[in-house]
Design a protein around this ligand. Sequence first.
Ligand code: NDP
Ligand code: HSE
Length: 454
Amino acid sequence: MTDYRTLRVALLGAGAVGSQVADLLLKHGDELADRAGAKLELAGIAVRNLDGKRDADLPRELFTTDAETLIVGSDIVIELMGGIEPARTQVLHAIASGADVVTANKALLATHGSEVFEAADQVGAEVYYEAAAAGAIPIIRPLRDSLAGDRVVRIMGIVNGTTNYILDRMDTEGADFADVLAQAQELGYAEADPTADVEGYDAAQKAAILASLAFHTTVPLDAVHREGITSVDAAMIESARHAGYVIKLLAVCERLTADDGSESISVRVYPALVERTHPLASVHGANNAVFVQAEAAGDLMFYGAGAGGVQTASAVLGDVVSAARRHIAGGVGVGESTRANLPAVPIGHVITRYQITLEVDDQPGVLATVAGILSEGRVSIATVEQTVIEASVGAAASTGSATEAEGSTIGAGSARLVIGTHKAREQDLSETVERLAASGVVERVVSVLRVEGN
Ligand code: NDP
Ligand code: HSE
């Protein structure tokens, strides 16, 4: 075997991802050495609880609760603890100690990324974070390196495995939200606090990271519009299916150009309707998919495992090999750039299509009233479907397109209206929905979902 220089690697965290990283480092040491041009010595693994159960059979003597001491003298520090503290302090400590850092911690980077990257710049260290967005899928390197010479216009994708797993199982099997979330936790997909997944925080952190790289702009987390999937229920999934859609939690990052040529960006995460024929509709389980549209390259699609211990370990180890090669060869990588610093617009500026579901009085003229309110609000109707949901005696439930339900009695019962709109401005849409809710003919606004993917 080649006589390689030895690099000392410190691992912080041995949970779903960390235990697999340690296992692969130990199992494939010789192969990794050939790729890295250095022997990677796993110097220790810092955890909270020395007696904790591990997903891999790892030498007990490697474990310590003293992360701070482990970091000193390390060439590469892999941070897989998650959360903000003590991860932030330990990452800054690693950088100050002269180590390169590999992390999968999107929460840390989306909130303290500038601090971490500046600290690294000051001492000439590198921070690698391929696993921080979309698990095993290579998306950070393509944005940071491969597309450095292009201009990204739009990124749209599924970037959270847990929520895709939940929505997919609800859609394909009629599974219960809470049951599937528990399974996602067991499978190691979910964050330590799964609220981060189901309320869209994790996807928003990833969207902020992707948008920052794509648009060469610092994107603070509070500039990302975020909605989670906790309001999505079986009825919404069924209604989406009936209309030819599937519900997916999407991250959308867009470069917007005004008539005067000035540019801004929109970064948002929300559950949206995607046509069943769209490639995103076939992203099942905990998989992720990211579409990138760039001015010169055109459309690119990245697909694969978005979560999972061993899958994510692949992305982490790729970064470890890159860090090792740089340590041996020297020089700097392609760094982050915030040159453009584009302003982020609020959600009200976004233009997209919508599906509005209303429960209305089933009376003559109601459809005309609803259409009038939409028209006044500059929201143009593309499709309407009406279903009688509570008919009077003798009136059968029926479905019709753009007609009052046949067979219902004047003044009787309730109907469900599902309205598809043409593209509208979000602010116009939300004001219009408020007017509909207050109109007296609408009993209940059941849901308002954006339609994406066209
Ligand atoms: P886990 O919660 O499974 O593991 C966290 C590990 O960090 C545990 O070993 C824990 O120790 C250790 N740890 C936590 N706090 C401390 C502390 N204060 N001091 C020392 N050790 C500590 O997390 P995951 O492996 O799932 O995730 C790790 C990171 O990877 C997170 O940033 C996550 O967002 C990211 N990620 C996760 C993916 C996944 O599919 N799971 C995919 C992509 C990214 P102990 O075991 O003793 O409690
Ligand atoms: N909890 C995250 C997810 C892990 O489900 O996507 C991968 O980042």
